[in-house]
Write a protein that binds this ligand. Structure first.
Ligand code: AHR
Length: 658
């Protein structure tokens, strides 16, 4: 029998028995959610919702990083200048004989000896599946060039349609000499239709030979940051209000081998001093998006950096022996921490200031490695210890994250030291998340290390690393979003121990060849971007929650055979507002009786609902907003009410309570 509630003068309803009240067995078969507003089980971690990122799926180059030229330093392929074409009878080749410097030691030799006044010769770059053109936009072109003695210039740079029929903007650059010199010019587009099947060209009507290096084309960037980020993708990310950024990986931190790990010292300073390296995801990175750019990104989006330091293990299952062999890598990590957080009177803090950022960044978390459970040698315990001791000795305030969590066998975890935080990764099917969500983290020891769910995503049916996933859309369907939301109710409900969580991977270039993993949160081509239903599920959770976790219990939860209805409740301690999340994974409307004890609840409130007609529905470049959350004012709420949740739906219900 359900206890009665009596209406108050204000049109509010109040629970008759506020404390230690548990609903008795009901004969009503509909599910019953009971929110015990008098019982706070913990504080919601203020850093619960954040981002994880690495160079995968053309996340930075060909994605977030503003640069539009592909292979700007000509190092992507040592055999030929890939992504560059000779035009107008020119010939092009790679030349190592007159390097710009030790970092950029191979350049493009453009033989334009056939050029005439009426027949220019030059080069064209196709960008990352096209060069986007927008109306009334400035594009900053820069490049290093030198020419043979006979060359009398100038060169013309332009953005043109790939079929050569249209030139959208162009400018002349003169003054090339026998010495390397940097050139800058701005291209301005007029009123035009946005398009992406375009190329960047550099050509001349004067015969001669030209050498080029670091040919760059930048549109305006998010918050006008120099060497900054693409505006539309940044805005999607900012809209999630993320609190932290875990970087630089992921596998990208480790590299396929020792030579190819993320060697942060080679990713700082002037762009032309960065040699670049191959990402383990199979393509070249110029490292134009290096450590300072990760930090700039944190600053732009007001995110706390969660810095992953290379810990001597690489993806070819090799590890650096703990002890003296590992010591230089430990020192590198200490230097990196100093670069991020040191004052300007420290060696690396001063370098950061020289790179344009005198103020230290606020660093709390350092992650030691990535997924070190794959190190079959069992060396992680010792490697972690060596890093942990050195970091704690110099920076006792820092929290050290172990990359081997409770989802891994006990023997793989760290035992020599007690990590402050464990990073756990969950790439699981929707079904697995439905099974695990109701109880997984409830079983965790509250006195143990805190938990960082540093990579996770629900996949519909096909595992991310399976060949079959290549035939699916790069971003997930609504089915996966339901699994994600079910999982997030567990993360939020247990955010007394889960200090941070982030979906992975975050970004994907949707062009064929642009993806190495599936599912991914946000998709884009050269011109447009969109959030998947999973993105909107993240956003619904990250932008609607309180700071207190409320105790809940339930009856008659539908199951088939795993639970199909998921929920959690938090409260904003400032306003008293209760935020209930309900995820209905069934394809039928689900009436739910909701009882809230311990507070007075207003009849009017607000819902944010995202739903789909079928599990397969999704968003795409063509239909970017097919499935999005809808916010509505609602009535009929109170301390005891029944509400019907739509089939396949994720609902945030905001209740005004006192
Ligand atoms: O997110 C894709 C990859 O999954 C990450 O690089 C790695 O850490 C994990 O195995």
């Amino acid at each position: 029998m359900i206890l009665p509630f009596k209406p108050t003068l204000l049109g509010l309803a109040i629970s008759a028995a506020a404390v230690n009240w548990l609903p008795a067995q009901t004969t009503n078969p509909i599910p019953l959610l009971h929110i015990k507003a008098y019982q706070i089980t913990g504080k919601v971690s203020p850093t619960l919702y954040g981002l994880m990122t690495e160079e995968i799926n053309f996340s930075y180059e060909g994605g977030l990083y503003g640069e539009l030229i592909r292979n700007r330093t000509f190092k992507a392929n040592p055999a030929k200048p890939v992504f560059w074409d000779a035009v107008g009878g020119a010939t092009i080749s790679l030349d190592t004989n007159q390097p710009l410097n030790a970092a950029l030691d191979v350049n493009l030799k453009l033989d334009a000896s056939t050029a005439t006044k009426n027949s220019p010769a030059g080069i064209a770059n196709c960008g990352y599946w096209g060069i986007p053109v927008r109306p009334k936009t400035d594009y900053r072109v820069s490049f290093y060039a030198k020419a043979d003695g006979a060359f009398a210039g100038p060169v013309t740079v332009a953005i043109a349609s790939a079929d050569g029929k249209m030139t959208f903007a162009s400018a002349e650059v003169s003054g090339l000499t026998g010495d390397w010199k940097k050139f800058d010019v701005t291209l301005k587009t007029k009123k035009l239709k946005p398009s992406k099947d375009n190329v960047f060209t550099l050509a001349t009507t004067a015969p001669g030979t030209i050498w080029l290096q670091q040919v760059s084309l930048f549109p305006s960037t998010y918050k006008d940051r120099v060497n900054g980020d693409r505006v539309d993708i940044s805005q999607l990310l900012a809209d999630e209000q993320p609190k932290f950024l875990r970087f630089p990986g992921g596998n990208y931190l480790e590299g396929d081998n020792l030579k190819e790990h993320f060697d942060w010292k080679k990713t700082i300073g002037p762009l032309e001093q960065r040699p670049g390296h191959r990402s383990p995801w199979g393509y070249w990175s110029t490292d134009g998006f290096g450590l300072p750019e990760f930090l700039g990104w944190c600053e732009d989006l007001n995110m706390e950096p969660v810095l992953a330091v290379f810990a001597g293990y690489t993806l070819n299952h090799q590890h650096v022996k703990p002890g003296p062999d590992l010591a230089p890598y430990v020192q590198d990590a200490l230097d990196e921490i100093e670069y991020v957080a040191g004052e300007t009177n420290t060696t690396w803090g001063a370098k950061r200031a020289r790179d344009g950022h005198p103020a230290p960044f606020n660093l709390r978390y350092v992650e030691i490695g990535n997924e070190d459970e794959f190190d079959e040698s069992g060396s992680y315990d010792e490697r972690f210890t060596q890093f942990y001791d050195a970091i704690k000795a110099k920076y006792p305030q820092l929290q050290c994250i172990s990359t081997v969590g409770n989802e891994q066998p006990e023997k793989k975890r760290v035992h020599n030291r007690k990590p402050d935080v464990l990073d756990e990764h969950y790439y699981r099917s929707v079904n697995d998340f439905e099974r695990e969500s109701p109880t997984r983290f409830e079983k965790y020891d509250r006195t143990g290390p805190k938990i960082f769910v540093g990579e996770w995503a629900a996949y519909e049916d096909t595992m991310p690393w399976s060949k079959k996933s290549e035939s699916l859309a790069p971003t997930p369907s609504f089915k996966a979003a339901l699994g994600d939301a079910a999982w997030m109710t567990a993360l939020e409900r247990n955010s007394d121990i889960i200090v941070m969580q982030c979906y992975a991977p975050l970004l994907v270039n949707v062009n064929p060849g642009g993806r190495q993993w599936r599912p991914n949160l946000i998709g884009y081509d050269a011109l447009n971007s969109y959030g998947s239903p999973s993105y909107y599920a993240q956003k619904m959770f990250s932008t609607h929650h309180g700071d207190e976790i409320l105790a809940t219990d339930s009856q008659n939860i539908p199951a088939d055979p795993t639970s199909k209805l998921f929920f959690d409740a938090t409260r904003d301690s400032q306003t008293g507002k209760i935020i209930l999340k309900v995820v209905n994974c069934l394809g039928t409307p689900q009436p739910v009786r909701i009882q809230i004890s311990g507070v007075v609840v207003a009849a009017k409130g607000q819902t944010v609902v995202m739903k789909a007609d079928s599990l397969k529905e999704t968003n795409s470049i063509q239909e970017p907003k097919k499935i999005v959350p809808v916010t509505e004012k609602v009535k009929g709420l109170g301390a005891d009410f029944t509400r019907t949740f739509p089939p396949y739906s994720i609902t945030v219900l905001e209740l005004d309570a006192k």
